[in-house]
Design a protein around this ligand. Structure first.
Ligand code: MF3
Ligand code: CO
Length: 262
């Protein structure tokens, strides 16, 4: 069942979304060679709580940490721990915040210091795919229009979309209907209507689209060890078009991410 939100509820999700974006920027500012993902997680959790939020991931289906941090070949759901960040890493910061009962969800893959040109292209393409998906998030379109737009950008650039992981409705719960796959046919799937709030999240790889789950039950990595990137926004479907509820706030210059797109 798809839950459509009132304008008042959307404003609450937007407030949660602002804190999500600020948290991603805060973690990005701390991201440097030598820091552990555990330290980044602790900083994120404290930052969110100091502003009256709750890290939505913490305790979600038994998830043990405040946010997900996924380095290099890890696609999603990396559990922060002893991993030491290195120059050249791609590090995905995936943050969910619950604020005043409303939930927003966003992810951003940072490049640490000097990164490989092909890794930079992976980041650019993933961001471009997210922007293309958001562009299709308009009243009257269908979920497949979003999915197809994402897939076209990614595969057109010679990269792969992970098929076993999808975006989702979000707002009242962390994961709501509908699923938002990153591949599909235009004109198929549920119709988009005013008040829907969805997380669009291309998860892409430089190699094959196959992924494996680690023994910890969470960490999902590329099967071939290739690099992955993941960009996510929470978006409201409005009469005026897509509204990004997790708009980016700046990241430090030493992080060589591509120019911001929505
Ligand atoms: N934020 C993730 C998403 O994009 C969900 C993480 S669930 C967790 O859907 F339990 F792993 F945190
Ligand atoms: Co999500």
């Amino acid at each position: 069942m798809i839950i459509r939100k009132s304008p008042r509820e959307i404003e609450k999700i937007a407030a949660a979304g602002r804190l999500v974006a600020e948290t991603i920027a805060h973690v990005g500012a701390l991201l440097r060679p030598g820091i552990t993902t555990e330290e980044l997680d602790a900083a994120a959790g404290a930052f969110i709580r100091a502003r009256g939020g709750i890290p939505t991931s913490e305790g979600y289906r038994g998830y043990p940490k405040a946010i997900c941090i996924s380095p290099n070949e890890v696609v999603v759901h990396g559990i922060p721990g002893a991993h030491v960040v290195r120059e050249g890493d791609l590090v995905t910061i995936d943050v969910g915040v619950t604020l005043d009962g409303a939930i927003a969800d966003s992810a951003y893959t940072f490049g640490v210091g000097e990164i490989d040109p092909e890794a930079q292209r992976l980041l650019d393409v993933a961001q471009e795919a997210l922007a293309a998906g958001i562009e299709q998030a308009v009243v009257g379109n269908r979920v497949g229009d979003i999915s197809h737009a994402v897939q076209e950008v990614v595969e057109g650039a010679g990269f792969s979309v992970v098929r076993s992981l999808v975006g989702h409705g979000v707002g009242r719960y962390y994961h709501e209907d509908p699923h938002i796959p990153n591949y599909g046919e235009p004109g198929r799937g549920p119709r988009l209507s005013e008040g829907m709030t969805i997380a669009i999240e291309p998860m892409i790889t430089a190699g094959s689209s196959e992924v494996v789950v680690a023994d910890d039950g969470w960490t999902i990595s590329t099967a071939d060890g290739s690099m992955a990137a993941h960009f996510e926004h929470t978006v409201a479907i409005t009469a005026d078009g897509p509204r990004i509820l997790t708009p980016r706030v700046g990241v430090p210059n030493r992080v060589r991410s591509s120019t911001f797109r929505p």
